[in-house]
Design a protein around this ligand. Sequence first.
Ligand SMILES: NC(=O)C1=CN([C@@H]2O[C@H](COP(=O)(O)OP(=O)(O)OC[C@H]3O[C@@H](n4cnc5c(N)ncnc54)[C@H](O)[C@@H]3O)[C@@H](O)[C@H]2O)C=CC1
Ligand SMILES: O=C(O)[C@@H]1CCC=N1
Length: 278
Amino acid sequence: MTQTTAADIAALAERGVTILGCGKMGGAMLRGWLAAGLPPEAATVLDPAPADWLRELAARGLRLNPERVEDAAVCVLAVKPQVMAKAAPQVAHLAGRGALFMSIAAGTPISFFESLFGADAPIVRAMPNTPAAVGRGVTALIGNAAATEAHMRLAEALAGAVGAVVRLEAESQMDAVTAISGSGPAYVFHMIEAMAAAGRALDLPDELAMTLARQTVIGAAELARRSDASAEQLRRDVTSPGGTTAAALEVLMAPDGLTALMTRAAAAAARRSRELAG
Ligand SMILES: NC(=O)C1=CN([C@@H]2O[C@H](COP(=O)(O)OP(=O)(O)OC[C@H]3O[C@@H](n4cnc5c(N)ncnc54)[C@H](O)[C@@H]3O)[C@@H](O)[C@H]2O)C=CC1
Ligand SMILES: O=C(O)[C@@H]1CCC=N1
């Protein structure tokens, strides 16, 4: 995992970070950067509907909706893909200041930003996920031809402050990445809902079923994090021959079981990512 150092943060603080669209994902990343030591006054947020915590931070130095952003080391583009064409032109002038553009928008290709900012502008396309809010995200990224190794390292430092970072070999991998790690937290949260529903179907009270489901996913994730064992081995460790887990896995691992379902779900997400490219 890329380590974000105090020097990385200091370098960013010097020219600042501008975030265009600071909702769930942009906000999750900003929280991580602030926690990593970015001073609030080094962050500029452009968002017509800022959340309360951003207004509170504005009282402590964050620049919120200034008339014009004069400079930025990095400009993070974090509005919905559908509003990008309308929103991004307000930061296009930063290309002339040598800013690195870092888009986290699903589907939206680098070529779209090159047409707005010019092919000479360094652009990194990134796909983070919401566990970034607690420093446990994973971000995949890829740069355009104008993005130098220094730009890539800067983008990796930013993403690395909120979790793991992987560099992609080709932009075409981004639809699949979005389908697995970008959208993936929702699948896991849905797994909690599904396990709780299964508990209720077995006559457990609502609250108990949800507590058991949620804590089981939290505990399993923490075990996966701390252990060197593969997911397969961790699964085997739960599964006594002829026991209860084996009975359940016979259903989950059937040919039409969870892998088939997950493969269909991820394919739908990847298809939607391609559609968002327009
Ligand atoms: N939510 C997620 O799990 C992930 C989202 N993304 C991408 O992040 C981007 C943002 O998604 P979310 O944070 O979920 O959406 P969101 O709706 O929570 O945040 C978008 C923000 O953009 C603001 N906005 C709307 N019009 C604007 C404009 N003209 N100028 C500036 N700001 C404007 C909204 O007020 C809002 O705060 C999307 O492109 C999405 O594909 C990427 C990875 C994961
Ligand atoms: O649902 C979406 O389109 C965004 C991209 C990945 C996660 N949320």
